[in-house]
Design a binder for this molecule. Structure first.
Ligand code: PGA
Length: 245
């Protein structure tokens, strides 16, 4: 049975109320917070469930400006997001690079949060299912056999930061395809307990349809995770997630 997760992806932002008061407001809620690197230790000091937003695809060496998965673990991170669409589109990260980052994260003992999802054109052309399945296939690194857990976040690019979330029915269709691809390409024992999250303009106002119909195990949240009240409302909503069969 997959675990459930609500993950805050702050991107290159901090909550307007400040890191410390945001964390205080969480008051032990069962959430993961992924701040910019430089706040990892602050978050980890108060919070077991700390995540990073990216990691290097190499273990160590002459890679100016990069941060390795081992270093993230040393700073208290337990999770790391890899393959976020902003990394893929703005910084040109391709499937091969992301596969190496995934392998590094697993080797470092971190739980990777692998982001996948189609763009608007791919959806309009009816290619969303095959595109997402291919991304799962491209992430099938040998290290998966040693992973305790890998989280998949379905984040359609057209829904991220746009205020246009996917509907529960749209998400359910892709989740089914992702489950099929996980079964085909990933080690069976890992695939059956891989949590699948949805991300893309999730707010307390649109979460109910996603919870009821999305067949998901939680959410990766950007904008609404910068507001402790909204994020706490999402943590509350998580309690209504049905058990997936
Ligand atoms: P959003 O971002 O909730 O602001 O759409 C989600 C994400 O990029 O992870």
């Amino acid at each position: 049975m997959p675990n459930r997760y609500l993950i805050a992806n702050w991107k290159m932002n901090v909550p307007p109320e400040g890191v410390a008061s945001f964390l205080d407001a969480m008051n032990g809620a069962d959430v993961v917070v992924a701040p910019p690197y430089v706040y990892l230790k602050d978050v980890a000091a108060k919070f077991v469930n700390t995540g990073a937003q990216n990691c290097a695809d190499q273990k160590s060496g002459a890679f100016t400006g990069e941060i390795s998965a081992d270093m993230l673990r040393d700073c208290g991170a337990r999770f790391v997001i890899v393959g976020h669409s902003e990394r893929r589109t703005i910084y040109g990260e391709d499937d091969a690079l992301i596969a190496r980052k995934l392998a590094m994260a697993i080797d470092a003992g971190l739980t990777p949060v692998l982001c996948i999802g189609e763009n608007e054109q791919q959806r309009e052309r009816g290619h969303a299912v095959s595109f997402c399945s291919d991304q799962i296939c491209a992430a099938a690194v040998p290290q998966l056999s040693n992973a305790n857990e890998v989280i998949v976040a379905y984040e359609p690019i057209w829904a991220i930061g746009t205020g246009r979330n996917a509907t529960g029915a749209m998400v359910a269709e892709i989740v089914e395809a992702i489950r099929g691809a996980l079964e085909r390409f990933w080690p069976a024992e890992l695939a059956t307990r891989t949590p699948i999250l949805y991300g893309g303009s999730v707010t307390p106002d649109n979460v109910d349809d996603l919870i009821e119909h999305g067949r998901i195990d939680g959410f990766l949240v950007g904008g609404a995770s910068l507001d402790s009240k909204k994020f706490l409302a999402l943590a509350e909503a998580m309690k209504r997630l049905p058990r997936q069969p």
